[in-house]
Design a protein around this ligand. Structure first.
Ligand SMILES: [Zn+2]
Length: 397
């Protein structure tokens, strides 16, 4: 869909005289500076460690060095849980520990400066609505980052892909220890900063079946329904990528807050069960949620290039969802990237393509970050919760 009031020519205006010196090769400084990014899904946390390097410059699709070229780039960093694998014991706790170690390393590098960013940079883990607003401050409420003279910002929201770890069998969190009380692990994850849970990955769990099951069980279980309510109460975003179609329908009906599909494309354009039907996307729109376009060529279909990402955006926009589309790259969770996309350094190309199609700057900014930003601001808990003596929102909330 094209915006009626195309302003593409304005793309050549204003300052590209940024305060930072270095860019990854190929970054369009102009676009990257002017459009903040929000990417709702990557698997880098479970990938980069294998290389024995840091999250700053691991040879992964996403790394912080690439992220910082954008001025403000928020990444939902997921810990992937697969209960069908036997390494699930203690996996979640281990990866959360490792993530916090990386945050320490990054914060030190941000204060000291690096070869690429000698003036330094900011690194933030976002856990509240206010922290999210603050992260994008200087973007004029929506468009045009005014970050030229400021340090670039790397933001993270911590997510879990696969709700096995909250199912009451504590093995995936604690190893062989146990945990008393329903949702004690969910509460622990909240205290550790987790703010998104993808209800299932490709393996059924105690909450729901998945959308790749041949004969999925019907919808949410009783436990799943209670978990949805508890996530609503805590301010944890519910992510419906991977859940069975019946589970999707049940969550949409039950959730008191908007929900997202962090990395799912259109099933009308590419008939894969991981994708959303038009009805599912419309239900998400009605709920105020957002779908993040997945860059996996197997879910995009067609010519395996960047044009396919645009095609899925166009389709969702044609269903009345221009404010309900975002980016959910699946970087480091997919083996093949579309032609033209090399990793986080290529995000600006999607914005460029939209502007060339006469999407307005406001529409392009919404897809690049604003739409996900809006829904997370609504769902994340208020910052007082982090300062308060109480460590959790009250039961009656
Ligand atoms: Zn996934």
């Amino acid at each position: 869909m094209a915006g009626s009031n195309g302003r593409f020519e304005q793309n050549n205006s204003s300052n590209n005289n940024t305060g930072h010196t270095a860019q990854s090769p190929g970054i369009s400084q102009l676009t990257a500076r002017r459009f903040p990014i929000f990417d709702a899904h990557c698997d880098t946390l479970t990938e980069f460690g294998a290389h024995g390097q840091t999250l700053y410059d691991a040879p992964t699709h996403f790394n912080v060095k690439k992220q910082l070229a954008y001025g403000q780039y928020l990444q939902i960093a997921d810990i992937w849980v697969d209960s069908a694998k036997h390494d699930v014991d203690g996996r979640v706790g281990k990866y959360i520990d490792e993530f916090y170690s990386q945050l320490d390393i990054l914060k030190k590098a941000g204060s000291a400066g690096t070869a690429e960013y000698p003036e330094g940079f900011d690194v933030t883990l976002i856990r509240s609505s206010e922290e999210l607003k603050e992260f994008y401050e200087g973007t004029d409420g929506r468009v045009i980052a005014k970050t030229a003279a400021k340090k670039p910002k790397a933001g993270f929201i911590l997510g879990i892909e696969g709700g096995e770890c909250i199912d009451g069998d504590a093995a995936s969190f604690y190893g062989r220890e146990t945990c008393a009380g329903q949702f004690c692990i969910l509460k622990k994850l909240y205290r550790l900063g987790v703010r998104l849970i993808t209800i299932t990955w490709n393996t059924p769990n105690k909450m729901s079946d998945t959308n790749i099951a041949a004969n999925p069980t019907p919808g949410l279980t009783e436990f799943g329904r209670a978990a949805i309510k508890e996530m609503n109460r805590l301010g944890i975003m519910i992510d419906l990528s991977h859940i069975s179609d019946a589970g999707f329908r049940d969550v949409i009906e039950l959730s008191g807050k908007p929900v997202i599909a962090s990395h799912s494309d259109s099933r009308t354009l590419c008939s894969h069960p991981r994708n959303l039907t038009d009805d599912m996307f419309k239900a998400l729109v009605k709920k105020g949620g957002v779908a993040g376009i997945n860059f996996c060529t197997g879910f995009l279909g067609g010519s395996k290039d960047l044009a396919q990402i645009i095609r899925h955006i166009e389709h969702f926009a044609s269903l009345g969802g221009i404010k309900n589309i975002g980016l959910g790259s699946d970087f480091d969770g997919i083996s093949e990237l579309p032609g033209g996309i090399e990793g986080a350094q290529s995000m600006y190309k999607i914005i460029d393509a939209l502007l060339k199609l006469n999407y307005t700057e406001e529409q392009a900014e919404g897809i690049a970050s604003g739409n996900f930003r809006r829904v997370f601001e609504e769902v994340l808990p208020p910052v007082e919760m982090l300062k308060s003596e109480k460590t959790l929102p009250s039961e009656e909330a």
